[in-house]
Each structure stands twice: as structure tokens, then as C-alpha cells.
Write a protein that binds this ligand. Structure first.
Ligand code: ATP
Ligand code: MG
Length: 263
């Protein structure tokens, strides 16, 4: 199963990625969690030791040159459009508590920046992770889901858009959903986070008509307190863990129903 998680800044993408990764890993799945947010902190949230020492792939200039034939920033140089990447998940991931983590780093955006060796390597890697692996892959993305192109989008089994009860997060959800449909992602689900009352969930459902809500995660001050105490939020709230377990069950139930229909 390949899952991408998007939504406005600060809505709870990383905590959902972390807890879902744990839920899959604890049920015996091999899991690769991908931090595809340029300002990501998934390593810290997953309690990896020394997260600051993990270099994002986009900053590995030697690797980029070795695989594409061009160094980042070398203007006008020719580079391979199909670099070898199938060994990168083994070589450049870290493992902790049964979860393998890869940090993608920043994609260059805009103008000629889109065609550069580092983006080519990152896109090839995203494509390999989504199309060429047996593991459960869970990607923590920035709102724009930039690492996904048309070809890789087909491999995403579920795009989960996280929303919180705020107008801006809803606007962002509409934008992400449109972008996703434009590149061919069909299965879009929504998770409401930071829910303080039934009114919050009703508000979200009423503002996103036709969207498939697969869970509502309660607001819990314990998450904020853990953050302030420099502790990982993943163990801070049983209520949130419990709801993410439910989301995990919904995701795996729909996946096995699909297999049954096909089989
Ligand atoms: N259910 C919740 N209850 C209370 N606080 C929460 C909840 N979910 C997330 N938070 C808090 O909201 C903030 C953002 O959460 P998180 O980092 O998971 O979001 P994000 O979407 O990944 O953000 P960014 O876009 O900055 O990467 C964190 O400080 C986190 O502690
Ligand atoms: Mg995040």
C-alpha cells in the first residue's frame, strides 16, 4: 500500500504519518516512511536518534553527481534522466523501531530549476518507492505534493488530506485535491484533526461535500505539552493513537476488500 499525506502547514501531517507508520509496522508490515517535506521533522517525531545528522538526499551532491552525471548547480550540464535509484532505499535510509525512514529534502521549484539533476534523482526515487517496492510506503508531503508526477501518482493508493477546523486548511484541501486529480490520483481521503467537539467535525464535513472522511482525531493538549518539553508527540496521547488505529483499520479494510474483488 502506498499512501501520501498532504494538507496545509501545521494541520498534523507529520504526526499522522508517524502514527500510521507505527500502526503498520506493529502489525508486521515492512514500512518505509518518507519525509518529503523540505522543512520536515519526521525523524524527530518518530524518535530517531540524532535526527539532525541525517542528510536529506537532495543535499547529497556526490551521490547526485554519481547517479546523474552532473553536480547540483552546474549550469548547462547534461545529466541522465533515468538515474539508477533502486539501491538507494537500502543505502540511504535509517531504521528505528521497525520503520525505515528516508529524507528526500527540498525540490527546486520554478523555471529552469525544475530540470536539474537533484530533482531528477528525487523524482526517480519517489517513482521507484511508489512503483517498484513491496513495502508499505507512507509519504509526509508538503501541501503542494510536488514530488509526485503523473507517472508516480498512478501508484498512490490513497492520498490523505489532513484538515483542521479552519477556513485556510479547507481552502488548501480543495487546492491539493484539485492538483491530485489533475495528475491522476483517484483515491483521496480526508482526516479531520484537532477536533474539539462534534461541531468541528460537522463543520469540516459540511465544507468538504463529497469527500471521503476516514477519521477524526481529537485535539489533545498533551501533544502540545510534549512538543514544548522537547518530547516526541507520538507517545503523548492515547486518544490520538486510538483514532489513528481506527484509520489504519479503515485503510487496510478497503485495501483487502479491493483484493477480494480482484481475486
Ligand atoms: N490532535 C492534535 N492536538 C493538539 N495538537 C496537535 C494535534 N495534532 C497536531 N498538533 C500540533 O500541531 C502542530 C503541527 O503538527 P504536525 O507537525 O504534525 O503538522 P504538519 O502538518 O506536519 O506541520 P508542517 O506543515 O509544519 O510540517 C504540532 O505542534 C503538533 O504538536
Ligand atoms: Mg510536518
Amino acid at each position: 500500500m502506498k499512501i501520501a499525506i498532504g494538507g496545509k502547514g501545521g494541520v498534523g501531517k507529520t504526526i499522522l504519518t508517524a502514527l500510521l507508520s507505527q500502526a503498520f509496522a506493529q502489525s508486521g508490515y515492512s514500512v518505509i516512511a518518507i519525509d518529503a517535506d523540505p522543512d520536515g521533522n519526521l525523524a524527530a517525531v518518530l524518535n530517531f536518534p540524532h535526527p539532525e545528522k541525517i542528510t536529506p538526499i537532495s543535499e547529497m551532491a556526490d551521490l547526485i553527481e554519481e547517479r546523474t552525471g552532473a553536480r547540483p548547480g552546474q549550469a548547462g550540464s547534461l545529466f541522465k534522466l533515468n538515474p539508477k535509484v533502486d539501491d538507494l532505499p537500502e543505502k540511504y535510509s535509517q531504521e528505528h523501531n521497525g520503520i525505515r525512514l528516508m529524507i528526500m529534502g527540498r525540490l527546486k521549484t520554478g523555471g529552469s530549476g525544475c530540470y536539474c539533476p537533484e530533482n531528477t534523482l528525487l523524482r526517480a526515487l519517489a517513482s521507484h518507492l511508489l512503483l517498484g517496492r513491496d513495502e508499505v510506503v507512507i509519504m509526509d508531503m508538503e501541501a503542494g505534493i510536488e514530488h509526485l508526477g503523473r507517472a508516480t501518482a498512478q501508484a498512490v493508493d490513497k492520498l490523505i488530506i489532513v484538515v483542521e477546523p479552519s477556513q485556510r486548511s479547507l481552502d488548501s484541501a480543495h487546492r491539493v485535491a484539485k492538483l491530485a486529480r489533475d495528475i491522476g490520483i483517484k483515491n483521496i481521503a480526508v482526516v479531520g484533526n484537532k477536533i474539539r467537539s462534534p461541531r468541528d467535525s460537522e463543520f469540516l464535513v459540511s465544507r468538504l461535500p463529497g469527500f471521503d472522511f476516514i477519521g477524526f482525531i481529537p485535539y489533545d493538549q498533551a501533544i502540545i505539552d510534549a512538543d514544548l518539553a522537547d518530547l516526541s508527540p507520538v507517545d503523548a496521547s492515547q486518544g490520538i493513537k486510538h483514532e489513528v488505529q481506527n484509520i489504519y483499520r479503515t485503510l487496510t479494510a478497503t485495501a483487502s476488500a479491493k483484493v477480494n474483488v480482484k481475486g
